[in-house]
Design a binder for this molecule. Sequence first.
Ligand code: DNO
Length: 374
Amino acid sequence: MKMVFRWFGEGNDSVKLNHIKHIPGVEGIVWALHDIPAGEEWPKEQIEAVKSQADRHGFHIDVVESVNVHEDIKLGLPTRDLYIENYKKTIENLAAAGVKVICYNFMPVFDWTRTELFKQLEDGSTAMFYEKAKVENMDPLELVDKIGNNSNFTMPGWEPERLKSLRELFDRYSWVTTEDLWDNLKYFLEQVIPIAEQNDIKMAIHPDDPPWPIFGLPRLLISKENIRRFLKLVDNPANGLTLCSGSLGANPDNNIPEIIREFADRIPFAHIRNLKVYENGDFIETSHRAEDGTVDICNIVKAYHESGFTGYVRPDHGRHIWDEQCRPGYGLYDRALGIMYLWGIWDSLVNGNRQKDSIKSQDESIKFFQKGVI
Ligand code: DNO
């Protein structure tokens, strides 16, 4: 596996590239041009600027997370073609800079959702938390009024400018069924996947987080069956997954090692993290260690190893520890600990196999010796 680390860019991240450099085995940064609005072409000069910053620290920029999909594409509006054309140009521009994987998602209206960003854990650290009932009982349109009265109001994971047009977006989505969303995703893939293939880029969709519909909006990438359906929409190796153990793991019915084994050849990029799911469906993000949460991290890494995985991996959200002031979920310390845990499991699997191989070759030599060959 190729270890990479998400970095939000100079002036945009409390974590410095020279500090990432201290984490063993990290070879590249996972990046994006965060100031370019969804739907616009990413300019070559800005891509090159990030590449030179990464180069100076000996990091590659193979993985982009993410090139966001304009809402009109998800809604299937006539204007989508313009945004899809821009998306294709962005793919070409990224390929010209050597990018290999583009992560994106197809979640309507907003990205991942949590109800608390800094909930205290028993050990005194804090982490992101999702209270299921709170989201279920929330009328998203009431938020619109709140926003009207308070321009500083934010919801974790929601882009501020999307919040402002929330009522309009919800109105538009009221006509979009789950099947329409599948059709709109297919339309998008049919156009961008050939361009990605020609440019030697793997498109890697991120699962929906949490993996169930919220606020009555449809959600697609939530289970093994739906992932299977997704991969068949355009059955091409350039159409792949960002397999996120934390997103899918919020639903304990998702058997992630099984999902990895079934789709291994279509996973160019893995997010590995743990969380603890409570009986009422709430969940909190814990350390990466298997024992601390309900996601089977050891068997997940084992499934990648046994599948001969050579793709990119990043630790995902961490806790906020040692008084670090950072973006929610994206501090240096806990993600660095996460990496060491993932390497620990991986290296012991690799060495276990090496040992087995050397025992095998010892056995072979003994056989040859016995046969008088040596
Ligand atoms: C959360 C991330 C997601 C991811 C997007 C990809 O921390 O994993 O926001 O970047 O869904 O488009």
